[in-house]
Design a protein around this ligand. Structure first.
Ligand SMILES: [Zn+2]
Length: 116
């Protein structure tokens, strides 16, 4: 199973996520639809299990690119983990993946994902 990572406009995702947290139906739909175009099972970035649909998204901002955010799928079990545990793991994995791709160090910051 592939680990999918989306790179999206920061302002758009933050706004939709904020609205989704306030239970705006269109925004909740938007968050769920982030992964709707992917037919195959998505694996959770943190534990490799299949991320159940609708797929939970962890939204990660990168200080290096203030106009973009990275969005990764996580399963329900990992979504329930304490925030810091989630973010520490995600950040470690993404750093490793990024280093493998570019040979550069990159630091990630995190944004609280919406809860359902
Ligand atoms: Zn997981």
């Amino acid at each position: 199973m592939p680990v999918m990572i989306l790179t999206l406009p920061r302002a758009e995702v933050y706004e939709q996520d904020r609205l989704a947290q306030a239970n705006d139906p269109a925004a909740i739909q938007y968050m769920e639809n982030l992964w709707a175009g992917v037919d195959e099972d998505l694996s959770c970035l943190l534990c490799d299990a299949v991320a159940e649909r609708p797929v939970h998204s962890l939204i990660i901002g990168s200080p290096g690119r203030s106009d973009e955010v990275t969005v990764v799928p996580v399963c329900q079990a990992c979504m329930a983990l304490p925030r810091l545990v989630k973010w520490n793991r995600a950040s470690r994995l993404l750093r490793k993946m990024h280093q493998a791709r570019t040979g550069k160090q990159r630091h990630y910051s995190f944004h609280v994902p919406h809860r359902r």
